[in-house]
Design a protein around this ligand. Structure first.
Ligand SMILES: Nc1ncnc2c1ncn2[C@@H]1O[C@H](COP(=O)(O)OP(=O)(O)OP(=O)(O)O)[C@@H](O)[C@H]1O
Length: 300
């Protein structure tokens, strides 16, 4: 039913002279979910988003929103809302004033400006000049502008940049609510941890190429389990780890035992009479998987 509101990228390539920013990239984004578009700095995320929004012409391949290129959409703001950078505001305009200049172009009534400014938590600052806004407030204003047309597809480039921890939780809740309404939400980030609790699916690129796409659980399946240990018996624990073939690293004042369960470490330490002061589940090392995948991407 929502087929027309998905994003489809096929064999997309963009070369800037000798630099291949995006290299034969194919992926799709489904409605009703938040998708994280992830990759290290310079991996081609912004260039891909700019092609999706008709701002950059692909060298090869296609980038479709709904079922067509952005430039062929009749009233694009009502299908796709995007916030690419938080810096392109006229500093002398107020937050509300900024939205009011956009509303007629998009074809939405003035009341919608008030609605979205409220929605992004800027109602109290709506009459202040944007030049005096903080980075986080600019991000919120960019989001308000993206939402003006009540779009079914929302594309945000690094939306968590500049947001404080409460702001990040607020953004997460808002994006999850959009997805629950059946909208398509694509958010880019170079930090997996930043979007880990927000996204359902991930599309990971490295050096302009696709390195992984799956539900988040598919990424978790690639990660190893980690167990955190503290012990006053360093030497005895190192011997035990060597006997068992565990890989052990340090993280702060804890030891990290890789690819093993807490139960196995506890049982082995007990059997060997090694005293432990902490034994806890360190979760899966998702960030490590992300780094490993994108390293491969860069080398490829
Ligand atoms: N207009 C341009 N002219 C020349 N090279 C460009 C242009 N735009 C991007 N590039 C290059 O393309 C590559 C990908 O850049 P892009 O901004 O898309 O990456 P990104 O993943 O968004 O990075 P970041 O996380 O730092 O924002 C980089 O090597 C960049 O220097």
């Amino acid at each position: 039913m929502h087929v027309s509101s998905a994003i489809t990228v096929e064999h997309l390539t963009k070369r800037f002279g000798s630099v291949t920013a995006v290299d034969d990239l194919s992926f799709s984004v489904r409605p009703g979910a938040v998708t994280g578009f992830l990759g290290p700095n310079g991996s081609g995320k912004t260039t891909t988003l700019r092609m999706l929004l008709g701002l950059v012409e692909p060298t090869e391949g296609s980038a479709l929103v709904g079922d067509r290129p952005y430039r062929e959409i009749g009233r694009p703001a009502q299908l796709v809302g995007a916030a690419l950078e938080a810096s392109s505001f006229h500093p002398g305009r107020t937050g509300l004033g900024h939205l009011r200049t956009l509303a007629p172009q998009i074809g939405v009534p003035d009341a919608r400006c008030h609605e979205v400014i409220e929605l992004v938590g800027l109602a109290a600052a709506k009459s202040r000049r944007v030049g005096g806004y903080s980075m986080g407030m600019r991000q919120r204003l960019g989001l308000a502008a993206a939402l003006l047309g009540d779009p079914s597809i929302i594309i945000l480039d690094e939306p968590a940049n500049g947001l404080d921890p409460q702001g990040i939780v607020w953004l997460r809740t808002l994006l999850r609510a959009f997805a629950a309404e059946g909208r398509t939400v694509l958010v880019s980030s170079h930090v997996l941890a930043e979007v880990q609790h927000t996204v359902d699916d991930v599309v990971i690129i490295g050096a302009g190429r696709l390195v992984h796409t799956s539900p988040l659980s598919g990424l978790e399946a690639l990660a190893e389990q980690r167990v955190l240990v503290r012990t006053p018996a360093d030497r005895a624990f190192a011997d035990l780890a060597a006997t068992r073939g565990w890989r052990v690293t340090t993280e702060g004042s804890s030891l990290v035992v890789h690819d093993v369960t807490a139960a196995a470490v506890g049982a082995a330490a007990f059997a060997a009479s090694v005293e432990l002061h902490q034994l806890s589940d360190g979760g899966v090392g998702l960030e490590e998987v992300f780094l490993r995948l994108t390293d491969q991407g860069v080398a490829a």
